[in-house]
Design a binder for this molecule. Sequence first.
Ligand code: NAP
Length: 319
Amino acid sequence: MAENVIIIGSGPAGLTAALYTARANLNPLLLSGNEFGGQIALTNEVENYPGFPEGITGPELTELMKQQAEKFGARFETDHVSRVDLQKHPFTLETENGAHYEAKSLVIATGASPRRLGVPGEMELTGRGVSYCATCDGFFFRGKQVAVIGGGDSALQEGLFLTRFASQVHIVHRRSELRAQSVLQERARENEKINFVWDSVVQDIRGNGAVNMLNLVNVHTGAKSELPVSGVFVYIGHYPNTELFKGQLDMDDEGYLTVDERLHTKIPGVFAAGEAHDHIFKQAIVAAGFGCMAAMEVEKFLANLEFQGYPVNITNAAR
Ligand code: NAP
């Protein structure tokens, strides 16, 4: 039997959609992807999610969100959706674990993934000094020199986190002005372990089995320089995880899904929430808000289906 609603993705958008649809007695199923929690689960300190004045770690926050949704009857499966067919209703989904689902409505909360530099050495040395997650890998760089690439919130926040382990953190930025919010800029400038390398981009990453050198180029003078480091943490933004929907849903040139102000895609019953469509705010709290909005629209969509005589299975799971 078709599920009322399947939510794809387990970041704040998906988890909030699960909470709201569960509390509406819609018995939602959330397919979490292979790793639970999305990008925020890779963040060590979340200081700007309301309700946690002392801050909270990303994994703790997402675990609490999951527990809250489960309390009202949301179901979770650790599985990665590999194929969707949105051309006929109910929609069909296939997963990497070989499961097959049908869904009357869908919330796409697949989020975004870190962008890569695309320079020689990056792929070969990923996991051998090149990383996209300071929370996961910072510990391995105790007493070592590392570089962080980027000048946004992620670069500074994770660069600051890395100062707990590394002897020095070089923040390599392609301009001489940071994009990051001022509170992070101040903290980074005051931290003695942080050194800024301005107006520079990475030409290649070198190392024999493990990173030992970055080759940099000054974007104004063309001057080349070497930076001896053991780790390179890349924080140059993200791209939306929407490949799965190419050819079926509208998206912009960067792959962000096109939705209206109520988060409807062009296919009735298919909604998007979070960084799969939001290329502006990209904050956990905003993603959670979008998850709530999508869930409320799912409710209306299913109520309308029911009105048309299509069975919608309401549960009594909420308590
Ligand atoms: P971002 O804001 O898009 O910043 C990416 C940075 O990488 C920019 O400084 C950009 O330089 C640089 N960059 C992009 N492509 C590059 C390339 N090919 N080579 C070298 N540098 C490159 O990405 P983000 O820092 O991951 O943040 C994403 C979103 O999450 C933002 O909206 C941010 O506010 C949010 N966020 C918030 C927090 C928080 O609230 N504490 C923490 C993390 C992230 P330019 O500046 O020159 O463009």
